[in-house]
Design a protein around this ligand. Sequence first.
Ligand code: XLS
Ligand code: CA
Ligand code: CA
Length: 443
Amino acid sequence: MSNEQYFPSVSEIKYEGPDSKNPLAFKWYDPDKKVGGKTMKEHLRFGIAYWHTLCGAGQDIFGSPTFDRAWNSSSDVKASAEAKMHAAFEFFQKIGAEYYCFHDADVIAEADTLAESNERIDFIADLLEKKQQETGIKLLWNTSNLFSHPRFMHGAATNPDADVVAFAGGKVKKMLEVGKKLGAENYVFWGGREGYDSLMNTDMKRELDHLAAFLSMAVDYAKSIDFGAQFLIEPKAMEPTKHQYDHDAATCLSFLREYNLTDHFKLNIEANHATLAGHSFDHELIVASNAGLLGSVDANRGDVLLGWDTDQFAVDFYETSRAMLVILKQGGLGSGGLNFDAKLRRTSTDIEDLFIGHIGSMDAFAFGLLAADKYMTRYDEILSKRYQSFDSGIGKDIESGSADLAALEAHATKIGKPETISGKQEFLENEFNDVIVDVIRGK
Ligand code: XLS
Ligand code: CA
Ligand code: CA
């Protein structure tokens, strides 16, 4: 089975440039092209999400699966995990992604007991290790699914039943070991069902204490097995619970600070989760980045009219350019990357559509990188000019902490009335559009 081609109609995706009309070619993502001293590949560190790309079957809450995937045809647990893995690596290689990400339950079906699930995980982890060695493809991050099984219906780390918390802990322990074995560069904690629907049955304070205790145990265990991956919390405002505890970047930062966890965790910012929280993607990125804690990105988008977690492929050049501006400004994502936590619409049923979706997003982020790189100097100039009154005089005293209210009063009395200064928002928006047009024109 290992040499079977699951995507026979598609060969390795190549860069053909913006004039190409080939839907199975990159128009902007030119992996070895240098942008500001690094190649596009080094900047973007693309990762493929196993759960959507390999496990997604096109079902939604109103309808059954619509995708017919050859690797999902076996009813034998191990045989189907192996087939899915071969399809996965064929896809990763053909699309040219350096990284992938998975939950334990994505790579092999869970069993009823922890012991049996772990035995299954060991089986597939050995095969994944071999595949990684054969192909050079690396693990951006792994994680544990603590939300799909009915046992987690009241949460995992915040479950009111300590037995379930223990079960969740056992699963995380195993996945930390797997992360170490497979050289994961990060480990993600997305808060699945950590949140609540009603305060009638929820002791929020106690649940948050439990969440912090759980995460501290994970930090300690990773240390004890010498697993050096960067830990990441992934904010999300709602879905599946009404109020997720990891609501947005600011809420996560406050939680990490309250429980002294900022030395061990950074944030994994997802575009669609930003919009669920009522924020823009670049807002969430910059909140995390300002704290020095922007670790990685789940690259996707929502839909303004639908308002739920649609996990669509990001294709809006304006939005990816804004996002890449924040990422470039902080000097890149370090051990993080851009993971396509994105799925096809259930009506996009062709096998080629899987490639087309990823190609579009890879191009959109590559384009964003070019636009952000082009705009960076101007952006720095705009911001430094706007705040230049803090570079000397009273502004400098305010920033250094040497001013007091009496000094402010004396200054205000002396100047009489501050000048009216335009924020120039429309001018800057138009200018940013000009940059986008310049990149399109190859200028
Ligand atoms: C769900 C999340 C999830 C995490 C990983 O909404 O995006 O897929 O990224 O558990
Ligand atoms: Ca995500
Ligand atoms: Ca999502």
